[in-house]
Design a protein around this ligand. Structure first.
Ligand SMILES: N[C@@H](Cc1c[nH]c[nH+]1)C(=O)O
Length: 355
């Protein structure tokens, strides 16, 4: 069937919508256990207010429209981080720092690419506003890794990056672009001293060792090592010191998350600044998880365990079985069958049996 929904939009059907809801609950529960409390900003808001909240990128890629009621341009959020920043800077501006917030909800991207055709997506995330220290960054990375592990995601890998490195080292835009393209010849033509940054991309320990010769990087590398040391064994770690793609508003620290079986990255995060109405920039760090590729990576694990209650089953039996954790599906007509109700089990003479 074509044309039912615009390209890049999709319905999530059973059992995947339940799976998505479970994932969301699990991640938010892990975040709550670390002190992150949920906020729920609206799907759209004033475009200008959203756009100026972060250094760049906050309203970039947003679908905009003129609201017939306020007569103002609204943006449908392409990312929830800027909205959480707005809440922290305004309505929760009086709250002691750091403030820890979590969120989950749909976002809409203006454009899709051939590689990523989806435009309507879901995000889950946490933001810690008031600090962008190594300790704060370490906590956020750890919460993300723990939340994903609790949610059953395996084969996790974290790619660390230093998004504003080239800019803070005085590199030009041309140099940053040559580094983005990993074009060693072009980098050498501009400034040979940046060549080790290309060579260093790869497994974390070896990459850090290669970069130690750069005295200017010492404190950043120390920070990355402290973050890396906090990660549980089994999570693989790489470093790509000049990766900036997708890190439009992050500053000293950024990271991408990958998982076995997911074709695309499953999350991204880093340090950034929330811009207050008086122009002050408040440090922050956070991570956003992308529900869609995560579901792709765990789809094999979806199992339907449903217990068919034949017509006439005592309602008390159904209640008892639900308390024991069963999903029960009651036959409302005598001729209904476990197959028709997609049931894996059946209650037969008071006993649960495979259907
Ligand atoms: N929202 C950002 C990631 C992020 C969250 N907090 C800081 N950075 C993204 O999806 O790319």
């Amino acid at each position: 069937m074509t044309g039912l929904l615009p390209e890049g939009f999709h319905d999530r059907l059973p059992p995947f919508a339940d799976q998505a809801a479970r994932l969301e609950r699990s991640v938010l529960d892990t975040a709550r256990a670390y002190g992150y409390e949920q906020v729920d900003p609206p799907l759209a808001e004033f475009e200008d207010a959203l756009a100026r909240r972060l250094k760049a990128g906050a309203a970039q890629g947003a679908v905009r429209f003129v609201d017939p009621v306020s007569q103002r341009t609204l943006a449908i959020r392409p990312d929830i981080t800027a909205q959480v920043g707005r809440i922290a800077a305004t309505r929760m501006g009086h709250h002691p720092r750091p403030v820890r917030l979590s969120y989950a909800g749909p976002v809409l991207k203006l454009r899709a690419s051939e590689l990523k055709p989806e435009r309507a997506l879901r995000q889950i995330g946490v933001e810690l506003i008031g600090l962008d220290s190594v300790a704060a960054a370490r906590e956020v990375v750890l919460v993300a890794v723990e939340a994903l592990t609790e949610a059953g995601v395996t084969g996790l890998s974290v790619d660390l990056t230093l998004p504003d490195l080239v800019a803070t080292m005085g590199g030009s835009t041309a140099l940053a672009e040559a580094l983005d393209a990993k074009d060693a010849a072009a980098v050498a033509a501009i400034d040979r001293s940046f060549l080790p940054l290309i060579a260093a991309a790869g497994p974390f320990t070896a990459a850090v060792a290669k970069l130690r010769s750069h005295a200017a990087l010492a404190s950043r590398l120390d920070g990355l090592e402290q973050i890396a040391a906090a990660l549980p064994p089994g999570v693989s770690l790489t470093l790509d010191p000049t990766e900036r793609h997708g890190f439009e508003y992050q500053n000293w620290f950024g990271f991408s998350l990958f998982a076995a079986g997911a074709s695309d990255q499953i999350g991204r995060g880093g340090t950034y600044g929330v811009i207050h109405d008086d122009g002050r920039e408040e440090p922050a760090v956070g991570v956003t998880l992308y529900v869609d590729p995560i579901l792709g990576a765990t789809a094999g694990a979806v199992e339907r365990r449903r217990l068919f209650l034949p017509h006439g089953t005592d309602p008390a039996d159904g209640a008892r079985l639900r308390r024991e954790g069963w999903v029960t599906v009651a036959a409302l007509e005598a001729h209904d069958t476990p197959e028709a109700q997609l049931c894996s089990h059946i209650l037969f003479k008071g006993e649960v049996q495979p259907a």
